[in-house]
Write a protein that binds this ligand. Structure first.
Ligand SMILES: [Zn+2]
Ligand SMILES: [Zn+2]
Length: 173
């Protein structure tokens, strides 16, 4: 995932809010706040603009981060409103950290009908195409690299070629 693709996850209305907040704070800082405080009132014009830019960037980035959580949770089929609220209200950015630890994997696209489906699904809920291998004996989902079913021990139909029974190379610990 490139940064550009990730930025596209942020909804357009969040970009609009972030830009409005950025411009609003920048104008407010330069025209009202900075000239009011004795410490900053005598700054040269360039210094005032620099200070205003810094002050406006922080809340704008915060809003974009919230927008990322909102859009990213939505595309992953998660409860995006709840996660956005957690990111806002859990202090010390803990909501953000929890989100990045517990977020679901990205959905995959069904090869049969193109629907966006959870990567853990075995069959497409829309067209019933098989999305991942299943155990011929107990029917549980298998990873393509597994040689045996972890539920019943049956040999996996797809795993045999990937993991040979007698491997000549010593297995790393
Ligand atoms: Zn499908
Ligand atoms: Zn099995």
């Amino acid at each position: 995932m490139s940064l550009r693709q990730e930025l596209r996850v942020i909804p357009k209305f969040v970009w609009a809010i972030a830009i409005l907040v950025y411009v609003g704070i920048l104008i407010g800082m330069i025209t009202i706040a900075i000239p009011q405080f004795p410490d900053t009132a005598n700054l040269p014009k360039a210094g005032m603009i620099a200070l205003g830019l810094v002050a406006a960037t922080i809340p704008a980035i915060y809003i974009l981060l919230l927008g990322y959580v909102y859009g990213d949770a939505k595309r992953r089929g998660m409860r995006y409103v709840m996660w956005t609220l957690l990111a806002i209200f859990v202090p010390s950015a803990l909501g953000f950290i929890l989100y990045f630890i517990f977020r679901d994997p990205l959905p995959i696209f069904c090869p049969g009908c193109g629907a966006s489906v959870k990567s853990t699904f075995v069959f497409c809920p829309r067209c019933a195409v098989t999305l991942r291998p299943t155990c011929p004996q107990c029917g549980n989902a298998l990873e393509p690299s597994w040689a045996h079913c972890p539920h019943c021990g049956a040999a996996s139909p797809s795993g045999k070629a990937v993991v040979p029974a007698a491997s000549p190379a010593p297995r790393p610990l």
